[in-house]
Design a protein around this ligand. Structure first.
Ligand code: KIV
Ligand code: ZN
Length: 504
């Protein structure tokens, strides 16, 4: 008989803590809706005490998400617990996730508390949290480097005080799979059977997925993961890798999850679109090369029988064949049907926007593939209002002249504004010309470009991250021309920043 384990997604909390992965409120909500579609059991939406923005994000996710639980992180203090409980007040199924460190090094140098004080704090704060929320998860931070008997004591106290889930962490990514297997087996044996053991791993030594699988084999019933494995330092356990390992090796693990695996690729793509952090090409399950066969011997084998070199099919994770079926003459309905076939459920407003982008692309590209369509769908967090829209641009560059760009933007009131600038290359010059038009003093933090499809008319996707004073904003631009894609991405980020500032 297979066991079903819960997938606790912490992309919006631990994942978002990683540099370059911050998301604004709309983006977090869009990501949360996709996680709900994916079928995760619990979404950890943030750490409400960390900042007012985190509080607001947890509250908004808690109000919106209905079919999975929403969790908020808090330290073991009354103020933190109160704030997290307040943020979760409107959740259909809230969970308070409370943590305190149990390793000697953390207790002495970070908490400056004695082991006895830590045990007392666990008891009083879990009891307090249970007074505010039925479902309390207690987390022993740095559990893998804690004294085993002390860790057991801490978890026993938390369970007695009312925590239904106990989270065992490898906070610094130090543990080996054999150690995690032994630790979880030991805890499973000594803790009451009615508590759920959870595992939370970091990837500093590249063992997060292996450690998570080891814990599940040893009896943990919840795995904490992030999409694309994003997270502090080397990241957290990658959700798609754990899920597909369990799914592909069912006969070995005898463990099921509630994840709709066909939503995995879309979820990964959405996160990378929103944050602008590309997925490495060789990333298992969702990387561009995960199902590509380059060597002749492999290609020949796969043509004869896919299972020669493929242990799972791209379709299982929602990657469909790159069919070229739509073109200039395809209508809105054909696009809608194709999106439906590809598993997208988008609002009619978002469909209108996608169709507009589709028509513009179809004028320049003979055939539009599924990859192009995915890129066109992008993220619905793209602003509907555009303070500026690209009208025309001209760039001049070469090895013997410095680059110049003339950019003309149309403003909301229909007025055109044009500026010229010199720069270190055509893209820099174009961005400087835009800066002169919008006069906001934003600065470019990051720029990335990748091609969406192959071939000479490949669609290029540019993601820029702008520092605005209120935070970092991501902008995206698509075009078969990389300078145009870059300008569009920059203007998109400027529009988002302006709208966000008006909303504050
Ligand atoms: O890595 C860790 O220990 C954590 C806990 C606070 C859950 O993220
Ligand atoms: Zn963590």
């Amino acid at each position: 008989m297979n066991r079903t384990v819960k997938i606790f997604d912490t992309t919006l909390r631990d994942g978002e803590q990683s540099p370059g992965s911050s998301m604004n409120l709309k983006e977090k909500l869009e990501m949360a809706r996709q996680l709900e579609q994916l079928g995760v059991d619990i979404i950890e939406a943030g750490f409400p005490m960390a900042s007012p923005e985190d509080f607001e994000a947890v509250q908004a996710v808690a109000r919106q998400i209905k079919t999975c639980q929403v969790a908020a992180l808090c330290r073991a203090t009354q103020a933190d617990i109160d704030r997290a409980a307040q943020a979760l007040r409107d959740a259909a199924s809230p969970r308070l996730h409370m943590f305190i460190a149990t390793s000697p090094i953390h207790m002495e140098y970070k908490l400056r508390m004695s082991p006895q004080e830590v045990l007392q704090r666990i008891e009083s704060s879990v009891r307090y949290a249970r007074g505010l929320c039925e479902d309390v998860q207690f987390c022993a931070e740095d559990a893998s480097r804690s004294d085993r008997e002390f860790l057991l004591k801490a978890l026993q106290i938390a369970a007695q005080a009312g925590a239904g889930t106990l989270n065992i962490t490898d906070t610094v990514g130090y543990a080996a799979p054999e150690e995690i297997f032994e630790l979880v087996s030991y805890l499973r044996e000594h803790l009451p059977q009615n508590v759920t053991l959870s595992i939370h791993c970091h990837n500093d030594l590249g063992c997060a997925v292996a450690n998570t699988l080891a814990a599940l084999r040893a009896g943990a019933l919840q795995a904490e993961c992030t999409v694309n494995g994003i997270g502090e330092r080397a990241g957290n356990t990658s959700l798609e890798e754990v899920v597909m390992a369990l799914h592909t090796r069912r006969e070995t693990y005898h463990i099921d999850t509630n994840i709709r695996t066909r939503q995995l690729y879309r979820t990964s793509k959405l996160l990378s679109t929103i944050t602008g952090v590309p997925v490495p090409r060789n990333k298992p399950i969702v990387g561009a090369n995960a199902f590509a066969h380059e060597s002749g011997i492999h290609q020949h084998g796969v043509m004869n029988n896919r299972s020669t070199y493929e242990i799972l099919s791209p379709e299982e994770v929602g990657i469909y064949q790159n069919r070229m079926v739509l073109g200039k003459h395809s209508g809105r309905h054909a696009l809608e049907e194709r999106l439906f076939e590809m598993g997208y459920q988008i609002s009619s407003r978002h469909l209108d926007e996608v169709f507009e982008r589709f028509k513009l692309l179809a004028d320049r590209k003979r055939t539009i593939t599924d990859r192009d369509i995915e890129a066109l769908v992008g993220s619905s967090a793209t602003p509907i209002r555009e303070a500026y829209r690209l009208k025309t641009f001209v760039v001049n560059s070469g090895s013997v002249i410095s680059a110049t760009a003339v950019v003309c933007l149309e403003m909301e009131n229909g007025e055109d504004k044009e500026h010229v600038a010199r720069g270190d290359g055509p893209i820099d010059a174009a961005f400087k010309a835009i800066d002169r038009i919008v006069k906001k003093g934003y600065s470019l933090e990051n720029y990335s470009i990748q091609s969406v499809t192959e071939g000479e008319d490949a669609l290029g996707e540019v993601v820029v991250r702008l520092k605005t004073g209120d935070g970092v904003i991501t902008g995206r631009g698509l075009s078969t021309d990389i300078i145009e894609a870059s300008i569009k991405a920059y203007v998109n980020a400027v529009n988002k920043a302006i709208i966000q500032q008006q909303e504050i």
